[in-house]
Design a protein around this ligand. Sequence first.
Ligand code: CP
Length: 306
Amino acid sequence: MKNLITITDLSVEELEDLIHTAIDIIQNPDKYAESCKRKKLATLFFEPSTRTRLSFEAAMYELGGSVLGFSEAASSSTAKGESVADTARTVGCYADIIAMRHPKEGAPYVAARTAGVPVINAGDGGHNHPTQTLADILTIYREKKRLSNMTIGVCGDLKFGRTVHSLIAAMSRYNGIHFVMISPEELRTPRYVISDILDKTNTRYEETTSLEDAMPKLDILYMTRVQRERFFNEADYLRLKDTYILTPDKLKHAKETLSILHPLPRVNEIAVAVDDDPRACYFKQVLNGKFMRMALILKLLEVKVW
Ligand code: CP
């Protein structure tokens, strides 16, 4: 039985298979409409979510399956003190597959040990968010027609932004990737991401505080929100939250072929005026997330569609 706890649980070949399945789903949705009939997905969300939870639910419904679950810890027996391991073991009696979001790093890994059914990490604390990376990668692939040889700027809260950690882990496996990591000093990429991923894969990277300086060389600009919920101190959040605000003016120095991504939700870091720029891809990313989650559910449930 396979789980998805970190993006590197999927090999490059498996990731490419998921992309091909997602593209086939986009082109032939009817073929998949009953592929998960009588299968149940449980969404266990101990933290708020709009896109991840609802796209998992939409994905399962579009595959002909059903969904159960909860969207906050307070409405589950966690509020009475039940452990993640016991919750997962219980839900594994009712559902065929589980998607779990939790504020504690490693909680989906703990759940996977007792659930008895595949567990998908739908975001664990400031650690990883592998299914967001699936959305990101399908978006990059559909925009660029390749996953290699590009300069990717990641901008904002690189310390707590779990989507960035997963994206770096996934993309550093491809040739010719150069990361430009743009953040305030206090929100730099964790050193373990640099030593365990970028250094080990010999991926080129640079760190800067200047979005303006980085802009002209970027093929992808991946903006992120400053993660208020992970700060220990409100004053620090307020000081850092508007460090980077992408505006049409700043994009004057960007390539015509730039693709702008953001995992969303956005707070203030991309001006609404940028939404009309043809380079803005963040709402395409939302939709791509649903198709990749459909492909992932099929893979983990070992459902073959011909
Ligand atoms: N990108 C993302 O994880 O969004 P939600 O928090 O709305 O699920």
